[in-house]
Write a protein that binds this ligand. Structure first.
Ligand code: FAD
Length: 326
């Protein structure tokens, strides 16, 4: 019997997050011919996003709009999505393993009495079985897990699976609009969301990350790293050492208890390479480490190591990249 999959497409500041398209790709990898993949968007004024999403290979885009959906609120979102879950009865739900997905997916799994596999970094087929690959113990082990029943809820770690591509034939999926106005009877409401880190590029989706550790020594010490990141179109991250020392906000923390990043290039400046830090960045494609201690553990996983003072090396890199990018 054919199956129905639903992705809950995350967006921010009027833009689809790349992980929404990675979740779509994951659903497509799991789906067999004849299965249908739907996408749900929740928020306010979704016309533009719905049209953008409709260009991808989907059976239907469901745009659920409501004032109470302006900011993510699990109660409001769960209630708004419920009629669609009732009518669609999805066999599988796919979300990004982001702050949003980590919060919302278990609520949906509970609602659907579904099993959940979280933080998936790859999907494999073994005969008829679909295996979901996920890291364990801060990345020291890999687990392959399979569902034994439907419905299924899956969260996808950002920047690990390729993103879905728009349909080649240029056709667009049908868009179904629903409104969800139940602001009056919510038990909690989100009045305001104040963003702490003002970086233009989301750290978890950045292709280049320039991260600073305790070796950066002060908030002012982060300036050259910010300059390098901006020059390369990347984002700035940090170790917990730097956050604990007050050099930057915890929104930048990468690692076991921070964000997980998998950029194309990770430039670690003055970071020793503690296992808890590696848990958040060891999946980066190319790791460059700048550290004045040649014995620093970060060199153990670095593809390129520069033994030196970051306050000399980073300005030289900025100079060289400026020249090369002219
Ligand atoms: P340090 O270990 O102090 O390293 C500083 C480095 O800078 C040194 O290697 C030094 O040689 C180098 N350096 C100094 N000056 C210069 C210079 N001028 N030029 C070049 N190099 C220089 N850590 C995280 O990062 N993320 C987490 O999510 C995280 N979660 C944790 C969870 C738990 C439960 C625990 C117990 C710890 C966690 N930690 C985490 C902390 C982790 O163990 C380390 O303490 C932390 O990563 C160290 O940060 P650091 O590398 O910046 O500092």
């Amino acid at each position: 019997m054919s199956k129905t999959y639903l992705i809950v497409a995350e967006h921010r500041d009027g833009k689809l997050r790349r992980v929404a398209l990675e979740a779509l790709r994951a659903a497509a990898d799991v789906a067999d011919e004849g299965d249908a993949i739907h996408a749900a968007l929740l928020g306010e004024r979704l016309d533009g996003l719905a049209a953008e999403l409709a260009a991808y290979p989907l059976a239907q885009v469901h745009a659920i709009e409501g004032e109470a959906l302006r900011h993510y609120n699990p109660e409001a979102y769960a209630r708004a999505l419920d009629p669609l879950l009732q009518s669609l009865r999805p066999d599988g739900l796919f979300l990004g393993h982001t702050a949003f997905g980590r919060d919302f997916a278990p609520a949906l799994a509970a609602k659907l009495s579904a099993g959940q596999i979280s933080d998936v970094i790859a999907i494999e087929r073994d005969g008829d079985e679909t295996l979901f690959v996920r890291p364990l113990y801060a990345g020291k082990a890999i687990e392959r897990r399979a569902f034994t029943a439907y419905p299924q809820v899956v969260t996808i770690r950002p920047s690990n699976l390729p993103a879905a591509e728009p349909r080649a034939d240029g056709l667009a999926a049908d868009i179904a609009k629903r409104s969800a106005d139940h602001a009056a009877d919510l038990r909690t409401v989100v009045r305001e969301v104040v963003r702490k880190t003002a970086g233009a590029i989301d750290l978890t989706e950045a292709r280049i990350v320039v991260a600073g550790g305790r070796g950066v020594k002060s908030a002012a010490g982060f300036r050259p790293l910010e300059e390098l990141a901006e020059l390369l179109g990347g984002a700035v991250g940090a170790s917990r050492g730097a956050c604990d020392a007050g050099y930057c906000g915890y929104g930048l923390q990468i690692g076991q208890t921070g964000k997980v990043v998998t950029p194309e290039i990770y430039i670690a400046c003055g970071i020793s390479g503690a296992i808890q830090h590696l848990a958040g960045m060891s999946g980066s494609r190319i790791i460059v480490a700048i550290n004045k201690d040649p014995e620093a553990p970060i060199f153990g996983i670095a593809d390129y190591g520069i033994v030196g003072d970051l306050f000399e090396v980073v300005p030289l890199l900025i100079q060289a990249f400026r020249k090369a990018l002219q």
